[in-house]
Design a protein around this ligand. Structure first.
Ligand SMILES: [Zn+2]
Length: 717
């Protein structure tokens, strides 16, 4: 998962509970007391640490709310000053001033969003729920400020006569479009309606996130009979016992849930009843009719979003959202996915036959169900490819993969080197910080890793920035990667699956997009691109995990240092397209489900379960044994994060990344020359150019879907 950065250039008047903060500040206290109070909040001034890194030794949970409130108030003042400037609008007094506004707010929100996703608490969740509607209002107060928009439009209309450099011209066009899509052209009455809808959307989005986190935590499967855990490794059983202890359960084992429908442990559990129970715990986690049930929230969210789109003159939320994406129209994205359905489901059906054959051979006397899939698929894999996951893991120790795989690839391609910085404060002992050095040895960025699962962390993996790069603001990138790898018991090594390795390369691909950002304006910097482009650098970087030179450098036995035996490497390679029918089907099913929800043209209330079943059937992707990767009721990307009508972007950018990797293959693969060219023409550019054109300029042609179908084994060589 990648967290899409919202355009934080708005303002809101402090209202409600926020007034307590301002009441303290505006009370008739002495100037000295005010100063003392201000100095105690570490967000009020830029951090004095290297790279302006957040000072987690100073930041307390109570600091966020006052800093956000003050940040909004300050930006409101700045924006009103721009809007009411008596001087005629110029690029500098409008666009540059907007870019410079909101320094405090940006500073605190970057950290707040990181911590509420990766290390939250009951207190922070309350702050988040309180702040969410205010953020929406703040954003609206900028986007819907008529005087400000008039100045923006004046510049936009004569942009070609102003001799702007290309990046500044792009800033004018992107900003103008954001304002228009945000409702700047609406009548005053419609602006009021839109503001109310935005506020409700934001409140419910946060409610969804927090309900889901609680549902996932509560939904973990408690086992009291150890024999039910048959098939798990000793380390996994120890981890399950520790999870039980942390829930204060004696003589029990707890299998915690991952965010996806399928659960990794289903691959190993030999007891079919335990498998079914674990799968159902996952599938029903947010549909129990209790306080954590998300269904009422999502039916209302679907209504709100259709209403928002209609106000803005679009037939559906998807049409509105895709207007500034690479695909441009929902029809393009839907057609692209529908073309994948026959190949994906046909392949999944073939895989199902292989699995059913194993079940029948073992006299199972049942038809394959979703909870059986991974367990028997693993046996098919062993039979077909003689490959056992437990043989692989000892060669994939986390730190070794990071240093000698992920970092090594970045060194070979781009000349980067990394040095751990133990002196930079972190928000949790699991977090590590590295300074990134450029090919000439100069210091380029800070990079944080937070890889282990915790139950106060959202599921999945993601990247974002603590500090955005901008030459205008004089800031360098401070980037983090978060994941949910199983934390080993004390003193044990963290052994990864090959999927985990791919996740590390993926998130670091986003990281490189941030690390190489080299733009003037923060709002066009790094990964601040369209969603259906932003997963391109990350999925592209996944390819290096299996590059022979890179692989040989990291896949070494954690005890002996021996390289992975060639026979095992060959097996992994041969098994590379294994289960891709299932993988592609569950992904396309989720992506189409997202598009179905957001293509609604009616505001009639929908029943989530009925809607979901009908949508999958209509899309011809309702295979009983391949449920969607996320069910509507726990589809965090589309209800809680910024991926509504955007989950297709993962597939779209798979096409770009596989097609892009073809370019490397055609030009000699892993070389510094190829890496430098990719950095220069793609990774450093952020959103400073039209992204279709940027891709075409680098690739030399339009992207083709063929390499993707071949790479995923959905089409013969
Ligand atoms: Zn990603």
């Amino acid at each position: 998962m990648f967290r899409f950065r919202t355009l934080v250039i708005a303002i809101a008047l402090a209202t409600g509970t926020t007034s307590t903060v301002f009441a303290a500040e505006t009370a008739p206290v002495t100037q000295a007391a005010t100063k003392a109070k201000l100095s105690t909040n570490p967000f009020f001034a830029p951090s004095t640490l290297p790279f302006q890194a957040p000072d987690f030794n100073q930041i307390k949970e109570a600091d966020y709310l006052p800093a956000i409130e003050k940040g909004m108030k300050l930006q409101l003042g700045e924006v009103n000053k721009i809007a009411n400037n008596p001087a005629a609008p110029t690029f500098d007094n409008t666009f540059i001033s907007l870019e410079k506004s909101g320094a405090l707010l940006n500073r605190v929100l970057a950290v707040f969003d990181a911590i509420t996703s990766a290390n939250t608490s009951d207190y922070l969740q309350k702050v988040q729920e309180d702040v969410a509607p205010k953020r929406a209002m703040h954003q609206d107060a900028i986007t819907l400020n008529a005087k400000l928009f008039k100045r923006i439009k004046t510049i936009y209309d004569k942009r070609d006569t102003l001799n702007l450099d290309p990046e500044s011209l792009r800033l004018v066009e992107v900003t103008y479009q954001n304002f228009v899509l945000g409702g700047a052209n609406l009548s005053d009455a419609d602006k009021i309606k839109l503001k109310a809808l935005n506020k409700e959307n934001s409140t419910l989005g946060t409610q969804f996130t927090n309900k889901l986190l609680a549902a996932t935590k509560d939904g973990s499967l408690v086992i009291i009979d150890k024999s039910k855990l048959a098939g798990l490794t000793d380390a996994e059983i120890t981890a399950a016992a520790e999870a039980a202890k942390s829930k204060k359960l004696d003589n029990a084992w707890v299998l915690t849930l991952q965010n996806t429908t399928q659960q990794p442990l289903l691959q190993e559990l030999t007891d079919r009843a335990t498998r079914e129970a674990l799968f159902k715990a996952s599938w029903n986690r947010a549909e129990k009719g209790d306080a954590n049930d998300t269904r009422a929230v999502i039916s209302r969210l679907a209504q709100i979003r259709t209403e928002q789109a209609k106000l803005l003159g679009f037939p559906s939320f998807a049409a509105w959202t895709l207007e500034n994406q690479m695909a441009k129209k929902p029809e393009t994205a839907i057609k692209f996915m529908q073309n994948l359905v026959p190949a994906a489901t046909a392949r999944a059906e073939t895989e199902a036959k292989d699995i059913q054959a194993v079940i029948d051979q073992q006299k199972g006397d049942f038809k394959v169900q979703p909870w059986d899939w991974n367990f028997y698929a693993e046996q098919v894999r062993k039979a077909k490819f003689d490959l056992d996951e437990s043989q692989i893991k000892p060669y994939l120790e986390l730190n070794n993969v990071l240093q000698n795989g992920v970092f090594y690839a970045a060194n070979q391609l781009y000349g980067l080197t990394f040095k751990e910085r133990k002196d930079i404060p972190v928000y949790n002992p699991d977090v590590r910080v590295f300074e990134v050095f450029d090919k000439d040895g100069s210091s380029l960025a800070l990079f944080y890793t937070d890889y282990y699962q915790r139950d106060n962390k959202n599921g999945g993996a993601w990247m974002s920035n603590f500090v955005n790069q901008s030459t205008l603001l004089g800031t360098k990138p401070v980037i983090y990667n978060v994941a949910n790898f199983a934390k080993p018991a004390d003193g044990q090594p963290a052994l990864l699956s090959y999927d985990d390795v791919i996740t590390m390369f993926h998130e670091f691909g986003h990281g490189l997009h941030g690390i190489f950002a080299n733009t003037k304006y923060a709002s066009l910097s790094g990964s601040a691109t369209a969603r259906d482009f932003v997963e391109f650098p990350s999925q592209f970087n996944e390819h290096w995990a299996s590059d022979p030179k890179i692989f040989a450098n990291y896949a070494k036995n954690y005890k002996t240092g021996e390289p992975m035996p060639q026979a095992l490497v060959d097996k992994i390679k041969k098994a590379g397209t294994f289960n891709k029918g299932y993988d592609m089907t569950e992904l396309v099913a989720a992506a189409l489900l997202d598009m179905d929800w957001h293509s609604l043209t009616t505001t009639e209330k929908q029943d989530p379960d009925a809607f979901e079943a009908a949508a999958l059937k209509k899309d011809k992707i309702d295979l009983s044994y391949v449920p969607p990767r996320y069910r509507s009721s726990y589809f965090m990307h589309i209800w809680g994060n910024g991926y509504a009508a955007g989950y297709y972007a993962y597939l779209w950018t798979q096409m770009l990344s596989d097609d892009g990797f073809e370019w490397f293959k055609e030009h000699g693969g892993l070389t510094r020359e190829n890496g430098d060219r990719f950095r220069e023409m793609v990774l450093s550019q952020g959103n400073t150019k039209d992204l279709s054109k940027l891709y075409h300029d680098w690739r030399g042609q339009e992207p083709s879907v063929e390499p993707m179908l071949k790479d995923r084994g959905l089409k013969g060589e």
